[in-house]
Design a protein around this ligand. Structure first.
Ligand SMILES: [Zn+2]
Length: 115
């Protein structure tokens, strides 16, 4: 049996996409929602990962870096896809092995990366 646990987070950030022919060329912001899923077997305590530990890693490696920032200062082309890829890299560099992350840029647009 393989169990997946997910915790959801949110952060606010601004960006602009210089190459875009539509409204995304203009400076604007999003309330991003991030879901981080870890999968595995249950340990002796009956958990895959402590939700608090999961939260600490995401807070330190992603939210403290991204929240209330201008994303173009962090990434040359901050599309949702490339932001998600950067988040994935930050989590794996911190020693986490996410099974899946989902980054919601709006309430009806999201990017998903799976292991
Ligand atoms: Zn945007």
């Amino acid at each position: 049996m393989h169990t997946r646990v997910t915790r959801a987070f949110s952060f606010e950030a601004a960006h602009q996409l210089d190459w875009h022919s539509g409204a995304c060329k203009n400076l604007h912001g999003h309330s991003y929602r991030l879901e981080v899923t870890v999968a595995g077997d249950l340990d002796d305590n009956g958990i895959v990962i402590d939700f608090a530990d999961l939260s600490d890693v995401v807070q330190q490696t992603v939210l403290d870096v991204y929240d209330h920032t201008y994303l173009n200062d962090l990434l040359p082309n901050p599309t949702a896809e490339l932001i998600a890829a950067d988040i994935w890299d930050r989590l794996t560099s911190a020693g986490m092995a996410p099974a899946r992350i989902v980054l919601w840029e709006t309430t009806n647009s999201w990017v998903e990366i799976s292991a």
